[in-house]
Design a protein around this ligand. Sequence first.
Ligand SMILES: Nc1ncnc2c1ncn2[C@@H]1O[C@H](COP(=O)(O)OP(=O)(O)O)[C@@H](O)[C@H]1O
Ligand SMILES: [Mg+2]
Length: 265
Amino acid sequence: MKNSQIISVINQKGGVGKTTTVINLATAISFLNKKVLVIDLDPQGNATTGFGLTSAGEKTVYDVLNGNCNFEDAIKDTKIDNLKIVPSNVDLSGLEVETANENRRAFLLKDKIENFVNSEKNNFSYIFIDCPPSLSLLTVMALVVAKSLIVPLQAEFFALEGLSQLVKTIDRIKIKLNPEIDIRGVLLTMFDKRNKLSSEVDAEARKFFKNKVYQTVIPRNVRLSEAPSHGIPVLIYDKSCSGSRSYLNFADEFLRQENVMESAA
Ligand SMILES: Nc1ncnc2c1ncn2[C@@H]1O[C@H](COP(=O)(O)OP(=O)(O)O)[C@@H](O)[C@H]1O
Ligand SMILES: [Mg+2]
């Protein structure tokens, strides 16, 4: 048994960099010899394909949630040492309707993960959950099981729109379903120095979320968008591009938060 940290990467908007952040943060941490698990909780399966996996004939997170298989049976190797994934595919989009009559359905994922985490089989230090672009059941499940959250914010127009709804949802879950949950940090993504809007979103985000906003900012970088089609994280595709460097810095900053949290305890 291992004391795993469970972190959901969440924002109900699509295309803000959730999956890219999960893939590259998980990879950067696995490079430090820590065991990492990614759970793809998006029916689009972008994290799955981003690691070069297909779900054809494989057990997915959907099979775990509907009781077709044990959690550990859905854990797959990736090409990266220390990094495994529970894949997803479009089947997952049926879950909401199929579980409509279950009253504990918000706890489905939590029950499965905790059961595994508390068993002898678990040796993961970090479990990252890649959320779908919505505030529906799947995202609620990810909020119920997570101990903390990373919120990627695209440094573009409309970035802050919808954030109050997200914060309200998190607060509601905190009161009713998961008192431990907290935003660990907000990550600005697709930042473009030449675009005044990027700096404006940066300033607004820091005004609203204060020191929760990471110092590291992820620039807009074409290598980051090319990597998924090769089925590898950008940290392997082109380890010296600006996108890779920024995600390595981010992983550093993310891990340093723990030293601060520990010394405060
Ligand atoms: N910093 C970045 N620079 C350039 N393209 C990016 C960056 N981050 C993500 N992308 C690309 O933008 C698209 C959306 O990113 P993604 O991580 O899939 O967002 P989400 O998971 O929030 O929907 C993808 O095609 C991805 O490759
Ligand atoms: Mg995604």
